[in-house]
Design a protein around this ligand. Structure first.
Ligand code: HEC
Length: 102
């Protein structure tokens, strides 16, 4: 990463919180693909110890992700995942899973 980009990082982080800019300028797997490893791209989990997210309530899921981030709802993997995405991404993912059929 260039020096100038590095210097712009704190600003980018703030913009990301406002939902105006992606959290990282570097290419990476999309959050939806990372979540899909456990929750399925269709929101149907393949593993018995992972909840289905398809057709779940949007605001409920968003609130759960905030709770995972803060540690209020303790869970190792979800805490890590919830911390690796921006609030705008959490919102978009909640809307995405809520829109899927069960
Ligand atoms: C390593 C597997 C794994 C990955 C990757 C993962 N999750 Fe989860 N997720 C879980 C498990 C397991 C739970 C249940 C947590 C518990 O028991 O409290 C969960 C719970 C949740 C819940 C709460 C569901 C409910 O019914 O309360 C939401 C919302 C959620 N995950 C969203 C996501 C999103 C969005 C991503 C991607 C950014 C993601 N998860 C990535 C395993 C994963």
């Amino acid at each position: 990463m260039s020096r100038r980009l590095a210097a712009a990082r704190p600003l980018l982080a703030i913009l990301a919180l406002l939902g105006a800019y992606p959290a990282s300028a570097e290419p990476r797997t999309s959050p939806a693909e990372e979540c899909a490893l456990c929750h399925g791209l269709d929101g149907i989990a393949r593993s018995a110890d992972v909840p289905h997210l398809a057709a779940q309530n949007e605001l409920y899921m968003y609130n759960q992700m905030l709770a995972f981030r803060s540690g209020k709802r303790p869970h190792k993997e979800m805490r890590y995942m919830a911390r690796s995405i921006s609030l705008a991404e959490a919102q978009a993912l909640s809307a995405y899973y809520a829109s899927l059929p069960r």
